[in-house]
Design a protein around this ligand. Sequence first.
Ligand SMILES: NC(=O)c1ccc[n+]([C@@H]2O[C@H](COP(=O)([O-])OP(=O)(O)OC[C@H]3O[C@@H](n4cnc5c(N)ncnc54)[C@H](O)[C@@H]3O)[C@@H](O)[C@H]2O)c1
Length: 263
Amino acid sequence: MTDDTATTDGPLAGKNCVVMGIQNRWSIAYAIAEALAGAGARIAVTYVDDRAKRDADALIAATPGAVGHSCNVEADEDLDALGTVLRDEFGRVDTLVHSIGYAPAAELQNRFLETSRQGWDTTLGISAYSLIAAAQRVVPLMTDGGSIITMTYLGATRAFPRYNVMGVAKAALEATVRYLAADLGEQRIRVNAISAGPIKTAAARGIPGFGDMHGQLLDNAPLKVPFGQPQVATTALFLASDAAASITGQTLFVDNGYSIMGM
Ligand SMILES: NC(=O)c1ccc[n+]([C@@H]2O[C@H](COP(=O)([O-])OP(=O)(O)OC[C@H]3O[C@@H](n4cnc5c(N)ncnc54)[C@H](O)[C@@H]3O)[C@@H](O)[C@H]2O)c1
């Protein structure tokens, strides 16, 4: 069912990839979708609302064979509809990229001690459970193996001021990656997380301490080479490709090496 208008060469030629989480052209998902399409894949992207659809539409218009769908991961009916439309459009799915995270602003402003029950539920539901919910709809379409990729941050294992409940959600997400990898290995489906260093995006701007996190990477990471969405996107391309055929259940740091430093 692959659209013959999609690119026919490249390491992902003939592959169908779903990229969830386009907010605007600075989204990590946007760069990943461009990279996967550039490698020959046919892509489907998802966005949460009409505002995000505008930038997603620009990407779709510039990408032969690409399609887009609205999907709020808090709504089971949206997820079910996505699974149905992907089955109809693609038949088989080879790669699922989950690039979605959210915490209510109040949860990132106060002491961690003040985390609310509702804030916890919302943050972990959207940022971690949604990987399982998306996989439930897409795994049945991964009939020839597959690669599932999600986005995490060092705040999963280290305490960053005001990252708060989002750090707990990232810890849950990384554990979810390992459990899904163990569960899906028999179906030759690999599941990995990319732990990206700080990048200026809409989600990042919502974190009050983001400027300090970004400054730390620039000042202290061993590598002084450019870092941003393109570097994360090439890693996603690697994980989607057969070059990563023996890698599953891992958290790969893409952060100019910042995470290895003691000081
Ligand atoms: N930017 C960084 O510094 C950085 C670093 C490490 C990890 N990450 C992670 O990368 C991922 C993508 O973030 P980004 O930085 O590209 O920012 P972004 O704001 O462009 O992307 C976040 C996406 O989550 C989506 N989203 C939020 N609630 C949703 C819902 N209910 N249903 C569906 N989608 C929803 C938003 O619409 C948006 O598309 C997130 O998981 C984020 O935590 C970002």
